[in-house]
Design a protein around this ligand. Structure first.
Ligand code: CP
Length: 388
């Protein structure tokens, strides 16, 4: 790959190359010097048109560990505030000799548009998507993959380790570029991927795929402590139905279509739609949490993205936590060895209970952040070394 804009076109071999390369950089990071000369003389520009803590800092650190020179741009302190366009900003960084542009923007397709412009200009600049609107966040999904695979086999992380593992992705799927990228990688691995969200926070596209195992079925498994999700009874199932409709009552217009403005087309390239087509393998959609959690090996929680929600989409946080927040009690439905992930930033006590978030027995949140540096080193190295 010249650019990394999406995981939709990643091959199985490419996933394994990233995982193995990241593992070798993880080893480098455990040494005293922590640094290799691989990208000496190259310039990595972090062009962040939207807020970030983890992604921007870990791309910067990854570039520095590879001995590249780094430029950091944040739109709020840039000449964007004076009316400079995104493409003119990118061309300014090009003129300074940038080799790799790492781009985050609140609109889907901006990294694609910049990559297309660089290609049109015939320059050898690579673009890495660091999160574009509700579209994709490839480096996040790759670091999630690395975190899970290294937990299973630290010596040899590889995609096949996830085959037939059950992975629940819970929460604000509608607005989540993290979920979209993870759906590509995890379904490619052969994992059983179960999405759980209230209907208001699932894309319309998914509505046709909601599993038949929802409310009112015998095996509803709303189990409390000790039930471990097996059995359950009809009464519990009907209770689940009531809770679900209560949720919809509190969000009176269930707007299954997301309401954000679609990205504006540019003269230079057609933009992708915010939602990539569904990979129709190993993917299960639920309007309730329990069927997704039942016997899960890993649970990925997602942030409620309030900044992308119109008021009628925002659920009551208390009710959301009650129904979809991950707690110790709800984890008892999962496998005993279950681990919980969250891309961050976390709304503490909303999508995950505060004590669970801090419990190293269950939480991989800090490990994800640590993995991010090695995985981003791998991406920069694989792209950057192909350039020379
Ligand atoms: N996970 C993630 O993208 O975090 P930041 O928004 O802080 O970069």
């Amino acid at each position: 790959h010249h650019h990394v804009l999406t995981l939709a076109d990643f091959t199985l071999a490419e996933y394994d190359t990233v995982l193995q390369t990241a593992a070798s950089f993880q080893e480098v990071l455990s040494r005293r010097t922590k640094k290799v000369p691989s990208l000496q003389g190259q310039v990595v520009a972090n062009l962040f048109f939207e807020a970030s803590t983890r992604t921007r800092s870990s791309f910067e650190l990854a570039a520095k560990r590879l001995s590249a020179d780094t430029l950091n741009f944040a739109s709020a302190t840039s000449s964007i505030t004076k009316g400079e366009t995104i493409l003119d900003t990118a061309k300014t960084y090009l003129a300074m000799g940038t080799d790799i542009m790492v781009i985050r923007h609140r609109e889907a397709g901006v990294p694609n548009a910049i990559a297309a412009e660089m290609d049109r200009l015939g320059v050898k600049v690579s673009v890495l998507n660091a999160g574009d609107g509700q579209h994709e966040h490839p480096s996040q999904a790759l670091l999630d993959l690395f975190t899970i695979c290294t937990l299973i086999d630290p010596e040899n992380p590889r995609l096949e380790l996830l085959k037939n593992k059950k992975i629940a992705i819970v929460g604000d799927i509608l607005h989540s570029r993290v979920a979209r990228s993870n759906i590509w990688s995890l379904t490619a691995s052969g994992a059983q991927v179960h999405l759980a969200a209230p209907p208001t926070l699932l894309p319309q596209l998914f509505a046709d795929y909601v599993s038949d195992d929802e409310v009112g079925e015998e095996d509803q498994g709303r189990g409390g402590p000790g039930e471990r999700g097996r059995g359950g009874d009809g009464e519990r199932g009907r209770q689940g139905e009531k809770e679900n409709s209560k949720f919809n009552t509190l969000s009176p217009t269930p707007p299954l279509l997301h309401s954000s403005t679609p990205p504006l087309p540019t003269p230079h390239s057609p933009l992708p739609t915010p939602h990539s087509p569904l990979p129709n393998r190993n993917l299960f959609i639920h309007w309730q949490l329990e069927p997704a959690l039942k016997d899960a090996d890993f649970v990925m929680t997602l942030r409620l993205q309030k900044e992308r929600m119109t008021a009628h989409l925002l659920p009551s946080l208390r009710e959301y936590h009650q129904m979809f927040g991950i707690t110790r009690t709800k984890l008892q439905l999962c496998q005993p060895h279950v681990k919980v992930l969250h891309p961050g930033p976390v709304n503490r006590g909303v999508e995950i209970s505060s004590d669970l978030m801090d419990d190293p027995e269950f939480s991989l949140i800090q490990a994800q952040v640590t993995s991010g540096v090695a995985v981003r080193m791998a991406l920069l190295y694989l792209i950057g070394s192909g350039r020379s």
